[in-house]
Write a protein that binds this ligand. Structure first.
Ligand SMILES: [Zn+2]
Length: 78
């Protein structure tokens, strides 16, 4: 996806009042079912409602860096 196309889609989402899902770890935004790189400026220049999530790539990286420390105990049968 071209940079201008991403910008246009961010605008379109903003215009339609959609919440834009942005990755809190990198510069990807979730547009039309895929995570694409977007400029931080593209998001900050418009006062769009942005919610932060994590893209699959960063999720994978986070799991590799920090394996979950909490181990779930198997349920005890009464
Ligand atoms: Zn990410």
């Amino acid at each position: 996806m071209q940079r201008s196309e991403i910008q246009a889609k961010i605008w379109a989402a903003y215009e339609s009042g959609d919440l834009i899902l942005a990755c809190a770890w990198c510069t990807r935004v979730h547009l039309e079912g895929e995570w694409v790189h977007a400029d931080r400026d593209a998001l900050s220049s418009i006062d769009a409602p942005v919610t932060h999530g994590i893209c699959p790539t960063c999720l994978e990286n986070q799991l590799l860096i920090e394996p979950p420390r909490v181990r779930l105990e198997p349920p005890t049968l009464i």
